[in-house]
Ligand binder design. Structure first.
Ligand code: SF4
Length: 430
């Protein structure tokens, strides 16, 4: 059988807000391209004896007439609108189409009308049954992957285009027990953490066709003993290897503030370049911005040579007042010179989405707008227009006074691209 995998296009920040082009287009932010790890892993899970191909719609157009037994479209919410168009097109052309990935897993009823079947959760452990049923002409509407199955080796070789960020993504675990109200991961991958063996992760890293990589897991810095032991082992082995730089690891303030000094030193020796610090998601942004323990930890990380990229989430229900002055002060105190701004987005499959839906606060279900660059819900303490305007002003403020030369000089540490500025004056009106 031939499997054709499709990674749908999604709208980037600069497509939604071309008016920001003059200030941020030099940073690879707003229109970057990245090979999708989830789809590459789903392709890697296809049993031997079958052939696979892959199309990334972000770099090439779909061919509805190609020869394939199964077309498999993997997507997260911002890709869903396009994924449905693609699925409808392939089915009109007589193909059998399977949907998988985060969005169809957590919003199965929304996706199902566009597909012959939905594969929920990881693809590992599901293809064998799908193949048997397809060959018998008896596909079921829904299949479940096995979250405890061994991790498949991702088929990154299927992404052929050279225009991607020069960094690969690597996964260390599935699942998360934290069940944060805004996060889709426990619903998608389960609440039990299944670690990948350190040897397997190192093999995966060794095979990357990039000089750098970043960890796709949002909870690698989780402060519990099991996670800490796992990452200490992983970083120690990376120190020994010294063959790749870690571009970044995502970290929430509640994780970062609990990092121990010996961990920070080890991460630096393992050549970690950045922590991607997401502020204002779990609690009001003002609380994170005024957290002195967190600020001290950011300073400690930077002193160890680990840059901190701050991602400011705007418009959470707990944000009662605009916090532009606090953002400025946080950036100054911590010498933050990498940043992004995100409009809070309630994703389907999260308790927060369900709550906002029941309160009648969702403004649209056009999933292409669920990309962090649009206001898709009614904020509690300001109008949607005010939130959007603040978001645009913050991007403009942070990136308005840096030159392309400065970008080039400081741009190279992570993945040949970054989000940097040198000084941090207060935004207008702060
Ligand atoms: S946000 Fe992070 S800690 Fe919370 S549920 Fe998601 S992965 Fe777990």
């Amino acid at each position: 059988m031939h499997f054709h995998f499709v990674f749908p296009r999604w709208q980037k920040l600069l497509e939604d807000h071309p008016e920001l082009r003059d200030v941020i287009s030099g940073y690879d932010v707003g229109n970057f391209r990245m090979a999708g790890l989830g789809l590459a892993t789903a392709a890697g899970a296809v049993p031997s004896g079958h052939s696979v191909s892959l199309l990334d719609q972000n770099v090439a157009e779909a061919d509805f007439d190609l020869e394939a037994d199964l077309v498999c479209i993997g997507f997260f919410t911002p890709q869903a609108t396009n994924a449905y168009r693609l699925a409808d097109g392939f089915r009109r052309a007589g193909k059998t189409v399977i949907g998988g990935g985060i969005h169809p897993t957590v919003a199965t009823a929304d996706a199902l009308p566009h597909f012959d079947a939905i594969l929920r959760g990881p693809a590992e452990g599901a293809w064998e049954q799908i193949i048997r049923d397809f060959e018998a002409g008896a596909l079921k509407p829904v299949y479940e992957g096995n979250p405890c199955a061994p991790f498949a080796a991702p088929r990154r070789d299927l992404f052929k285009d050279s225009g991607y960020l020069r960094a690969g993504t690597v996964q260390t675990a599935r699942g998360c027990p934290a069940a944060c109200s805004y996060c889709v991961l426990p619903n998608h991958a389960g609440t039990e953490v299944v670690f990948r063996s350190v040897d397997e992760v190192l093999d995966d890293i060794a095979g990357l066709p990039f000089p750098c990589f970043f960890f796709a897991d949002e909870n690698l810095l989780f402060p519990d003993a099991e996670n800490r032991e796992y990452r200490m082992q992983l970083f120690s082995r990376l120190v020994e290897g010294r063959n790749r730089r870690i571009s970044f690891i995502a970290g929430y303030p509640q994780f970062v503030r609990q990092l121990r000094s010996e961990e920070i030193a080890l991460m630096a020796r393992a050549r970690m370049q950045q922590i991607y610090l997401v502020l204002g998601l779990k609690q009001p942004l003002a609380n994170d911005l005024n957290d002195e323990v967190l600020m001290a930890k950011v300073v400690e990380l930077k002193a160890a040579g680990i840059e901190v990229m701050a991602s400011f989430n705007l418009g959470n229900d707990g944000d009662i007042d605009p916090v532009e002055a606090e953002i400025s002060s946080f950036c100054t105190s911590t010498q933050t010179n990498l940043a992004e701004f995100i409009i809070h987005t309630p994703f389907p499959g999260t308790p927060q989405f369900t709550q906002m839906e029941s309160e009648g606060r969702l403004l649209t279900k056009d999933w292409s707008k669920y990309n962090g660059a649009n206001v898709v819900f009614a904020p509690l303490h300001e109008s949607p227009e005010s939130l959007l305007n603040r978001y645009l002003a913050l991007w403009r403020w942070f990136y308005s006074d840096i030159t392309q030369e400065q970008v080039s000089a400081r741009y190279v540490r992570a993945f040949g691209g970054g989000f940097m500025r040198q000084s941090v004056p207060a935004p207008a009106g702060a």
